[in-house]
Design a protein around this ligand. Structure first.
Ligand SMILES: *Cc1c(COP(=O)(O)O)cnc(C)c1O
Length: 395
């Protein structure tokens, strides 16, 4: 049984803050500061370059990948961590496209995150392919024998609508396409079974539900049936089978190691490794069930108290990821007023109030407090101040 009291105690929760933005940047685990300080002082400071071997720096991308693997239904040695999600997506998409040389369509949906669609557009241009973007509910019908790669984000960053990964992967395979899943809003949020669904590629980030900190690295996974045939587009030296031979020709590492590119971000990986300790003894099924119950409570409370807002997320818990979104024409100003009162969510253009439900550190009391505060802000028009009409760069 997952002990949510223990997981909550793992995090630093600033006094007076109700944090419903763990879907964008997770809370700071209490262990991270000391671990990073130790790496800086003892490993970097004292061991210097010998720490690549002596402190296991070079193994961090695989070692941290092994801690993420059980959360996404992957096996040991299959997940590599490093670079950013956008770069990992580029790697996975170019590798997948190259495995279907007779096909030139990348299929995605309008709910996908802009970076994913921008990257895909650039890849399509460079590789003579075409990006086809349809409505989320039309993906199944759009899958035909022209599609090389189905590239989807499982949970929509704006609405939280969840795709049926198993069914769409199966359909993609029926028409001979490969399935590439972005788990940015899935990893650490909902149960994912990459091996069970037979997906081909997956990528994700670690600063959202995995609490790795701002700019924490991304991850990449390839099904073991493909990895030996993946020819990386970015043939970085640390993806080489024997990087320290400094050979003139590229020879990819035999397994998932070929998905590495360059020097690992040691400080960021050390922070992430410390943060991932919270998942020991935690099962994703329990996290998902608890998040659904808390989200249902949140939706019921907001709908009862704030008739002006409209639920944007699916009402059925099983059709959602782990955040809840509502629409209101003054979403930005409302979110600023909420943040000023210690209830932190975020706003997504043009009019979406978004709240992340993270049961590792949120319970009924925080949900009820957020409902109460939102109701006050709306009922008393507390958002209606000129300084909250002016958008900051990061929303
Ligand atoms: C958060 C997110 C990103 C961000 O990518 P970075 O390269 O880490 O900045 C990309 N795609 C999706 C679906 C996301 O949710």
């Amino acid at each position: 049984m997952t002990d949510f009291t223990k997981t909550r105690d793992f995090f630093h929760i600033p006094p007076g803050i109700t944090y419903l933005d763990g879907n964008s940047l997770g809370l700071l685990p209490k262990t991270v500061g000391a671990r990073v300080a130790q790496v800086v002082a003892h490993e970097w400071g004292e061991q210097l370059i010998t720490a690549w071997n002596g402190a296991g720096w070079m193994d961090l991308p695989a070692r941290v990948g092994d801690r993420i693997a059980p959360l996404i239904g992957a096996g040991a040695g299959q997940v590599m961590v490093g670079d950013t999600l956008s770069i990992k997506l580029f790697q996975a998409l170019t590798a997948a496209l190259a495995m279907r040389p007779d096909r030139r369509v990348i299929l995605s949906d309008h709910g996908n995150f802009p970076s994913d669609l921008y990257v895909a557009e650039g890849v399509a241009r460079a590789m003579g392919a075409r990006l086809c973007v349809v409505a989320p509910q039309e993906v199944q019908a759009a899958l035909d024998t022209n599609v090389a790669v189905l590239m989807l984000t499982e949970v929509d960053y704006r609405t939280a609508r969840r795709h049926d990964m198993a069914a769409l992967t199966e359909r993609a395979h029926q028409v001979g396409a490969l399935a590439l899943w972005d788990l940015a809003h899935s990893a650490g949020a909902i149960e994912v079974d990459l091996l069970g669904t037979g997906a081909d590629f997956a990528v994700g980030c670690s600063y959202k539900y995995l609490n790795g900190g701002p700019g924490a690295p991304g991850f990449i996974w390839t099904h073991p049936r493909h990895v030996g045939r993946v020819r990386p587009m970015v043939q970085g030296w640390l993806g080489h089978a024997r990087p320290f031979e400094f050979a003139p020709d590229y020879d990819p590492a035999p397994g998932a190691g070929r998905l590495r590119i360059g020097t690992p971000p040691v400080l960021a990986l050390s922070a992430l490794e410390a943060a991932l300790a919270v998942w020991d003894g935690v099962t994703m099924a329990e996290v998902e069930a608890r998040a659904q119950a808390l989200a249902d409570r949140f939706i019921a409370g907001v709908e009862a108290r704030c008739p002006e807002v409209r639920l944007l997320s699916p009402r059925e818990a099983g059709a959602r990821g782990s955040h809840v979104s509502f629409c209101h024409p003054h979403a930005y100003a409302i979110m600023q007023a909420l943040i000023a009162r210690g209830v932190i969510g975020d706003m997504r253009a043009p009019d979406v109030l978004r709240f992340g439900i993270t049961p590792l550190y949120l319970g009924e009391a925080e949900i009820d407090h957020a409902v109460q505060t939102l109701a006050e802000v709306i009922d008393r028009r507390l958002w209606d101040r000129p300084e909250w009409q002016q958008k900051q760069f990061v929303t």
